[in-house]
Design a protein around this ligand. Sequence first.
Ligand code: F6R
Length: 614
Amino acid sequence: MCGIVGYIGNKKACPILIAGLTRLEYRGYDSAGVSTIEKKGLSIKKAKGRVKNLNTLDGINELEGTIGIAHTRWATHGKPSDENAHPHQDNSKTFSVVHNGIIENYTELRNLLENNGYHFYSQTDTEVIPNLIHYYFTKDKEKDSIMKFLRAVRNACLDLKGSYAIEVISSYFPDNMIVVRKDSPLVIGTCENEKYISSDIPAILSYTRDFYLLNDLEFTILSRTSAKFFDTELNEIKKKTDVIEWNSSAAEKDGYEDFMLKEIYEQPTAVRETIGSRISNNLKCEFEELKFTKEQLKKINKIYIIACGTAMHAGLSGKNTIEKLCRIPTEVDIASEFRYRDPIIDKNTLCIFISQSGETADTIAALKLAKSEGATTIAISNVIGSSITREADYSIYTHAGPEIAVASTKAYTSQVVLINILAIYFAEILKSTKKEILDNLKQEILSLPKKIEETLKCKDQILEFAKKVYQEKDMFFLGRGIDETVAKEGSLKLKEISYIHSESYAAGELKHGPIALIENGVTVIGIMTDEKLVEKTISNIQEVITRGAKTLIITNQKINYNSFNEAIVIPETNPLVSPILSVIPLQLLSYFISKEKGLDVDKPRNLAKSVTVE
Ligand code: F6R
């Protein structure tokens, strides 16, 4: 939620900041702003609405400053408005701040500051930060110095409860910027005489591949040529840069109309990258990041897979494979529920956390809880160095490349692939499944990139179907077993980007209530990829056809397609990995419906990528 960018160098900061915000807009897009250090002091330009509105503001093109901070907002405290847009300043206009996160005790801090004569001009939680910095800066009787500035920022941060990534500039220190994070993402890209700061790597990947990945409460003083890091006691700490291998064009649309379509089409490559060398052509399965022994795995009597949204749906498919291959009871939990439901965890519990961004607040909190109760933890993420990967005992990466569209597509398929490989790896150590079965599954996984390419050929058929149904108000997604997990994902995708209400059900459950909603013309989508269950699902679909439903089926089974309005036939595969293929027509369906309705596919209303607030 919210994207922040910063620049400190020798070029004009404003165009760089606006370009960075445009790339980060998927994190929030209800208002935006920049603050730069000009000869006359701090400038502030901000406005309600999309980042492009900034270009229309008076005087924006005259900004000459070479240091600046910027923000694109997803409103939490205070409605989207010019006043609530960031950056915010203290009353004396000496400090400008942008902030991503939530300050939980802002009312208390606001009262304290008001009692000390400060006034507030916005409804945001953020406005307390520059004023607190000013408060501590003026209370400090030492001579002005960069360390005094740092002390004021540190003291202010120690008063804050909640999550934050902040950038601070001051008219008193025209050659510096201070940044710090706690439970919200922030990275620093470094070049010889420039520093680029961002909420995530792709936004600044075109400038550098060398990044400092900040840990919580590492206070950082930036100048054009240096980055100095301090702990909360203000002792200097040494940090090394990480080299990020992503190609910068991965963060561009590359001729596609939208990031979502590009990312759907990137799935063969993304899945190839996820498999990487984890399954070799001679069917050896290796995880160089993991070092589990048979004794360790034998002790595990319970696995939780914890995630949110689409990542949770990938977890459902992981449960299916882990239970089948490893015979370890596995539960899937929504992170925001897990953290508050007093789950039964001990040292024999393994918790697997899945998060594309690695920055989802609920997932991070659930991970901290699991660790504190003694569980072994594994993070599955797409973002190197992201928060969950720094918290977990083990981290494994999907390597799907940056995912920019708010609706997750290639991250999902690569998560499903990775958790299946993880299950195979465990099963081999545990010797819980026959070699032939595991080898067959490995072969299937290796053939997935080609089969995804094959599946993508259904595009035109889906487009035609989308044109027929895009004005509908309700849709239903049905499946049994593994297909139900895909029904859930298809339904979520449709809601997110086409704003059509939809429900997903286990096909056999329909007659226990929801079938009352089926009436003439309602669209029902059935997913059937498991030979053992296909006849059962067909019977359930017949029940809705009898009640007037229009049906689309997605199948790899040899069945009579004539009873359905539309049948999408996808390549055959092992049911354990079938979601990787059967989800693709559903991704395309929600995409084309959204396009037919003229909606913003990449930035659906009310949503933001990377949900860094609770
Ligand atoms: C749906 C979607 C969300 C995310 C969820 C978790 O298309 O993108 O449901 O899957 O917010 O995000 P991560 O995986 O970053 O933890």
